[in-house]
Design a protein around this ligand. Structure first.
Ligand code: TXA
Ligand code: MG
Length: 324
């Protein structure tokens, strides 16, 4: 079983493991990541194995400075502007890979682009000390809910990794927003912890949504984040034996008949809702209910990313091969 160690005392052990080509689960401001040396193919292969992740699905490389990003990738002026404004923070930029760089091709699944972000907190310090980028997908088995606590990581991957660094509950609670500059336009590949409106304000232009080819964000499988229970969206009422994921001050009809009720945000605050989403889904999943009914959640701000994750959690489970 993995050792769970407080972030305040885990730095040296995490560094030693990374230097030995091992993988370590670490907290970031978004969700927990499963980190390995992005320049070491054997370490990156261990990440794919531990998650059971398809090898065609590339990983995000994490850096501690813009200069580190520049050694790896070409930053166009708009990407640089966004990096300067939002890094460190929950923004991932997909950028052209610089030829001859040190990143192992397994990280990018052989693509000529790379997804880069600069995290906050323990991860940032770890990368700075390590001196090299860390490849880190969310620290969950492929297709499952992203972990927002060290305990959730240990429950899922505990028998496959040595160390989980415990930094407490992750403050954002949703994965990073992924964007790519294409022909001078900013394309949203995955909604996440930074709202589209904030990016549009910084870029001075509207985001383009959806992928050009459909395979551009290979990780965006229709069925993802799947809890064991079924998920029913936009519930106006609760049916017998359902659990209820609530939002805001007003309850769905027959809420009192639910097996369990958790509210993402009593006040209807989308930021609070984002930070509670994955842990509440997990808790309702373990309530034993066959179905989790979800009250409607508005689409503005972080609501876009919340609705995106909920739609994936609700997607038919045999649709894993179709891209979205
Ligand atoms: O907040 C986050 O982004 C977390 C923390 C740990 O940093 N990481 C995370 O990684 O969510 P992961 O691997 O679960 O999701 C990365 C997504 C996948 O959908 C993947 O397909 C996409 O990024 N991606 C990676 N490289 C890409 C590229 N070159 N082009 C397009 N999409 C890419
Ligand atoms: Mg993930």
């Amino acid at each position: 079983m993995a050792e769970i160690r407080n972030a305040a005392e885990a730095m040296d052990e995490a560094l030693a493991l990374l230097r030995a080509g091992e993988i370590v689960a670490i907290p970031t401001e978004t969700v927990y990541g499963l980190a390995g040396d992005a320049t070491n193919g054997a370490a990156v292969a261990k990440i794919f194995e531990a998650k059971g992740r398809p090898r065609f699905n590339p990983l995000i490389a994490h850096v501690s400075m813009v200069a580190m990003a520049e050694e790896i990738a070409e930053l166009d002026p708009l990407s640089r502007k966004l990096a300067e404004k939002f890094w460190p923070g929950p923004l991932t930029l997909v950028l052209p890979l610089k030829p001859g760089g040190a990143i192992h091709p397994l990280v990018t699944a052989g693509l000529d682009t790379i997804a880069l972000r600069m995290p906050r907190g323990f991860g940032a310090k770890l990368i700075e000390r390590f001196g090299r980028p860390l490849a880190a997908p969310s620290a969950n088995s492929s297709g499952r809910i992203s972990p927002t606590t060290a305990a959730a990581v240990a429950d899922d991957l505990g028998d496959r990794i040595r160390l989980v660094v415990d930094g407490g509950a992750t403050p954002v609670g949703l994965e990073s927003t992924i964007v790519k500059v294409e022909d001078g336009k900013l394309r949203l590949l995955r909604p996440g912890g930074i709202a589209a409106e904030e990016l549009e304000a910084a870029a001075g232009a509207k985001l383009v949504r959806g992928t050009k080819s459909g395979v551009e964000a290979p990780g965006m499988l229709a069925s993802h984040y799947a809890p064991g229970a079924l998920v029913r969206l936009n519930a106006q009422d609760v049916v017998a034996s359902e659990a209820l994921l609530a939002f805001g001050p007003q309850r769905a009809r027959n809420a009192e008949g639910a097996v369990a009720v958790l509210n993402l945000s009593e006040a209807g605050d989308l930021r609070e809702a984002a930070s509670n989403l994955f842990s509440h889904l997990q808790a309702l999943d373990s309530s034993g209910a066959k179905t989790i009914a979800v009250e409607p959640i508005p689409y503005e701000g972080l609501g876009e990313a919340i609705n995106d994750r909920l739609a994936r959690a609700a997607a038919p489970r045999d649709s894993g091969a179709s891209y979205k």
